[in-house]
Design a protein around this ligand. Sequence first.
Ligand code: NAD
Length: 370
Amino acid sequence: MKKRIAVLPGDGIGEEVMSQALRVLEAIEDRFGHEFEKVHGLVGGAAFDRYGSHMPNETLDQAYNSDAILFGSVGGPVADMNLPKWKNCEANSILNLRKTFKFNANFRPVKIFPELQDISPLKAEVIQKGVDMVFVRELLGDCYFGEHKQFTENGKRFGTDQIIYDEDQVSSIAHVAFKASRNRRKKVTSVDKANVLDSSKLWRTVVTEVSKDYPDVQLEHMLVDNCAMQIIRDPSQFDVVVTTNMFGDILSDAAAVLPGSLGLLASASLNKDGFGLYEPPGGSAQDIAGTGTANPVAQILSVAMMLRYSFALEEEAAAIEQAVSAALSSGCRTRDIFTKSTSSESPTKLVNCEEMTDEVLSYLKRPALV
Ligand code: NAD
């Protein structure tokens, strides 16, 4: 297969983890005989330095002319956020890309690696039931796109934000979730606040209608407050969770804590034509940028998601995921996931960003072992 990929590493640890993820992509090309043209572009503060814009037209053109976007992270030192280089950096780049390409579905898998139980905030007995779910968040509706207003009436200040969904937006994301569940455990949990909000009542009605097309998939509805509790109390009950833009924003970040580090998760944003952007959900991690200690796993797993969702290369995606699991099983740990092992049978070893990737590659290049 021949494909062109826009590679946008961004700022902070973006460049460090991206260069490691590309080594993994190259190993996939070698092993499976694919050809991926990588077109590198600047975004975020890195782009501002050169073009005076966080999302220059040059980069947008590269993205337009590609089959998928592999994104790192953007954003500068938090203390300097008012410098022009960093002001609105995230909004101007990542939100700009979401709007430009009309990404309406965000996929965020959350899994606790059995090898990393000790760094999860959950109790062992909760983890042992198996935590492996995917959040499907609607990205183009809700209060993020309704009218925002502040006004003063009778000397008192007010602020309002309009939540708005139309039935097509809901049915579109519901189809995405049901289809995704067919490749998993065939269960969809739709999360809303239908006991209070009319937008949620419409959401629930439309999701129920769409479910008739998927009789093999189990659908349950859950109120968002209950879901927030259940994610912590018993996450094993979830397979695919489909929800609105704002509820998805909050719930998926809460769930992101469960594996123990932001460096372990990948995410995908897709539009209705199947065009996608793949990125770690974490930011540019300025506190560790340049130290070589960042965890490359999130960016490597973003490559796996790209192969699966954009190019339908399931075997290749699974090979990467298995190689990552094997590397973790071997005891390799970057600083964010390192704990000293108490067992002599499974010792842990502190490694840097490059060494972690070396370990993943050592399994990827030995298919018989994966
Ligand atoms: P962050 O996600 O960058 O970091 C939070 C914590 O997680 C830090 O301690 C960091 O070291 C750690 N971390 C994140 N990724 C890691 C990895 N791969 N390996 C090891 N540790 C990792 O959040 P922040 O510090 O609040 O934000 C820094 C900058 O990133 C800000 O400018 C923010 O606006 C931006 N940001 C960008 C994105 C994006 O590009 N999509 C997302 C979130 C934040």
